[in-house]
Design a protein around this ligand. Sequence first.
Ligand SMILES: [Zn+2]
Length: 295
Amino acid sequence: MKTIPNILTVDLEEWFHIDERLIPPGEWDRLPSRVEENARALLDLLDACGARATFFAVGWVAARHQGLIHEVHDRGHEVAVHGYLHQAVAPMSSEEFRADLRAARQAVEGCTGEPVLGYRAPRWSLGGAPGGGRRGRASGIVYGALDVLIREGIRYDSSLAPIVHIGDPAWPLDPHRIDRGGGSIMELPPLVGRRFGVRLLFAGGWALRRVPNRILLKEIARRNARGVPAVIDLHTWEMDPDPPRVRLPFIVRLAHYGGLKGYVEKLREILSDLPWAPARDYLAGNTSWSKEVAQ
Ligand SMILES: [Zn+2]
């Protein structure tokens, strides 16, 4: 059987990077940090499975754990950005968004010495705020932020989920180029799939932790048969089966704590079964993508 590499991404963040309205940035320095041990556990797992990834680092984390960012880079992974303060995009003005992006970028580039190419919005918020006039849908792409990304030289984004609540099912499922007045940007949408008649975010979070691997792998194979890579999204805090607990609303609690037990073994199977590469390789048209890789 032949297959193409899929795109593996990781949100490099602390266990308390949940929602800045629930645990605000002013409290972060007082909370116990787990990111170094969690990220190293994930790096070891990726090595064991021969997988390479794009790590979307929260700038606040990169500024405080520079050795870790160096290590991620030195171990062969791409480092991109996930905002500086992990804030939702929609409430920010273009100026605030640009300042947050630049701060995150500076923190990462200061460690890797390489330009950041990619961006992922915290909580998929480049798709706007939930609700937004359409029942259960996000309010729509935040084009002002997309224009800032293009102007700042970011080459790709991976934030537009084709699913209700955090995005829009009408958006493309496959990687595509978005053309704007000031230039273009590649969009790498997270993988979605269907279970019980409902479209779910198979790419990451609770749904990835819960969906049986045979269903996930079948969905990925469907994309790959069309020559399209699937985009998967892991979180460093998911390596921790027993993270510090805080009181959260039910849905957030499920998204954050549900299905953590046994997750590493589930991931090991997914990562070993298929070839995985960082987003930058896909953008560069890496030969393994055009040639197909023998499995
Ligand atoms: Zn995040």
